[in-house]
Design a protein around this ligand. Structure first.
Ligand code: SRM
Ligand code: SF4
Length: 560
């Protein structure tokens, strides 16, 4: 650790004693609602972030009070699968120890907002009682592993889910800090070590997603490591491996760009772990530890060159990639309504508006899921598109679950595809990086855009439209056919032209525009689309074919 130019987080990690820092002292300090600056970086590895309510900042300042500090805590739930019993605990915690609602994330898990410092330990201990945790949900580590949201659709789907769980376990940090600080476990009488990570963990976050074609419901190419299942009927032959996806950018900084993963080739099931580990350790050893804006795997690959990177992965893993397959994708979002699994049980995908599970004047989503979890024997599954699946319902209970889903506004079948396919990030008031509204604003924008579609004879057109409050890309807006990225209050960059199935990025079309201009632009584009589209052509494909925006097939072309 002699190089003075390393990013400040590298020093924080190095001197943290395997992620302990002074977190324990900090959470026990009653004089402030906050923790120390360095510890705010370390607690991310344990799944929580210090935040303050931005809606209340000025008011608190004028009253000479410290900001209203509280914490966002995110759980680790590989493949988004939890039991009904676990859901009841998730719900109980939300009611009593948080802002009172639950947020499903774009990576198949849930998070809470508004946890007061004094309640953090209780929340973690209650999750632990139901075998849930928040380890590595944030921080410079492997994050929640995503997987097709319906693992029992076929036997092969179930196997793919087992890989998601295995990869999640394999890349878990070994530090005992979480157990000692939050679960009051005694230190072991042996030195700590992190066999895979080392004491400074990864240069940056690392994300894995597994998809089962033809459904790209986890946006597999946006992950650092994407595994695409190759099936022969119900048999899992192996995976095509894609590396180097990521969305984060910074407005005005052309050195940053979104990128979709490059397919390296095919590997057999028995080689998946070896190859994944080789990709992970190559990033650990070659990733940029000086500049965090250049530290993700996507930049490591572009700096090394794809061939050199691939050769390094083959050398480290001892596995030679076989040629990749021709994969056909047909959809990206969730498949709503009922699907039957190979075991005869049924799975109901319910729509959750941009992931926010709350009771409002419009729908009692939180109560509804609680009541369903009380009678449901199967699982509850979170999707990568911020929705929920009531899974494993026996035929005999199907009618009752459907009746309850309808009663509480969870069924969602009457909604348009624009709404059902949309995702939006949290943004204001909790996200410290938000430049504009996202989750709170997109529902009304969808209503207006739906009206334009209808006016142009395109009612219920399945367009993937996404929004984020800043260019970090938490709702994967650069992989949307219509992407909105916050620029300032009420103003967005409008991006167009990603492929409907997530195999091409979009491109900046208009910068820093307010709602009025957004609607004018879309009205004109929809009119042309309605007239000029080819049979079955999606909106994202049309705008590229018509020359309205250039195709962005590689991240580096994003700014051309
Ligand atoms: Fe994200 C940071 C929320 C998925 C890229 N993200 C943040 C923080 C923690 C803000 C911060 O650093 O202070 C946000 C917390 C907001 C809040 O108040 O809760 C935040 N990200 C989210 C979630 C909750 C959005 C949502 O509405 O669902 C998603 C949680 C996923 C999970 O369960 O793990 C979430 N974030 C993503 C995704 C999508 C994905 O992974 O599929 C991306 C783009 C993919 C990628 O990683 O490239 C994403 N988040 C970022 C980045 C940019 C990273 C980069 O490489 O530049 C940041 C900022 C950073 O890390 O510095 C960020
Ligand atoms: Fe916050 Fe930006 Fe992520 Fe939205 S995209 S949650 S505004 S960091």
């Amino acid at each position: 650790m002699s190089d003075k130019k390393l990013a400040v987080n590298e020093y924080i990690k190095a001197r943290s004693n395997f992620l302990r820092g002074t977190i324990e002292e900090g959470i026990n300090d009653p004089l402030t609602g906050a923790i120390s600056e360095d510890d705010t970086q370390l607690t991310k590895f344990h799944g929580f972030y210090q935040q303050d309510d931005r809606d209340l900042r000025n008011e608190r300042k004028s009253e000479k009070l410290e900001p209203l500090y509280s914490f966002m805590l995110r759980a680790r739930v590989p493949g988004g699968v939890c039991t009904a019993e676990q859901w009841l605990m998730i719900d109980e915690i939300a009611q009593h120890l948080t802002r009172g609602n639950i947020r499903l994330t774009t990576r198949q898990t849930f998070q809470y907002h508004g946890i007061l410092k004094r309640n953090l330990k209780t929340v973690i201990q209650k999750l632990h009682q139901r075998l849930l945790d928040s380890i590595a949900a944030c921080g410079d580590v492997n994050r929640n592993v995503m997987c097709n949201p319906n693992p029992v659709e076929s036997k092969a789907h179930e196997k793919v889910y087992q890989f998601a769980v295995e990869l999640s376990e394999h890349f878990m940090p070994h530090s005992r800090a979480y157990a000692e600080i939050f679960l009051d476990e005694k230190p072991l009488n042996q030195p700590e070590e992190e066999p895979l990570y080392g004491p400074t963990y990864l240069p940056r976050k690392f994300k894995i997603g597994l998809a089962v074609p033809p459904h790209n419901d986890v946006d597999v190419y946006t992950n650092d490591l994407g595994l695409i299942a190759i099936l022969d009927g119900e048999e899992l032959l192996g995976f095509d491996v894609a590396a180097g996806g990521g969305m984060g950018t910074t407005h005005g900084d052309t050195n940053t760009y979104p990128r979709l993963g490059d397919t390296l080739g095919f590997v057999r099931p028995e080689d998946v772990l070896k190859v994944s580990e080789a990709i992970f350790t190559t990033q650990r050893d070659f990733g940029d530890r000086e500049n965090r804006k250049h530290a993700r795997l996507k930049y490591t690959i572009d700096t090394m060159g794809l061939d050199v990177f691939k050769a390094e992965v083959e050398k480290r893993s001892g596995v030679t990639f076989a040629p990749a397959h021709q994969v056909t994708w047909t959809t990206r979002g969730d498949r709503f309504g009922w699907i039957q699994g190979f075991d005869g049980r049924w799975h109901l995908t319910c729509y959750i508006p941009n992931g926010r599970i709350a009771d409002t004047e419009h729908a009692q989503l939180m109560t509804g899921l609680r009541e369903i979890a009380k009678v449901h024997q199967g699982d509850i599954r979170m999707t990568a598109n911020q929705n929920i699946i009531i899974a494993g319902v026996p035929e005999a209970e199907k009618a009752q679950i459907e009746q309850m889903a309808r009663q509480y506004g969870l069924y969602g079948e009457e909604l348009t595809w624009l709404r059902k396919l949309s995702i939006a990030c949290v943004a204001l008031p909790t996200c410290g990086l938000a430049m504009a509204e996202s989750e709170r604003y997109i529902p009304e924008l969808i209503t207006k855009v739906d009206a334009l579609l209808e006016k142009n004879g395109l009612a219920n057109e399945p367009i993937v439209m996404r929004m984020t409050g800043c260019p970090n890309g938490c709702a994967r807006p650069f992989a949307a056919e219509i992407g909105f990225v916050g620029k300032g209050p009420g103003r967005y960059n409008l991006y167009l032209g990603a492929s409907p199935v997530g195999t091409r990025l979009n491109k900046l079309y208009r910068e820093n525009i307010p709602e009025e201009t957004i609607l004018e632009e879309l009205d004109g584009l929809f009119a042309r689309f309605a007239k000029e589209r080819q049979e079955q052509e999606g909106f994202g494909d049309y705008v590229v074919r018509a020359g309205i925006v250039k195709a962005v097939n590689q991240g580096r072309e994003f700014h051309d």
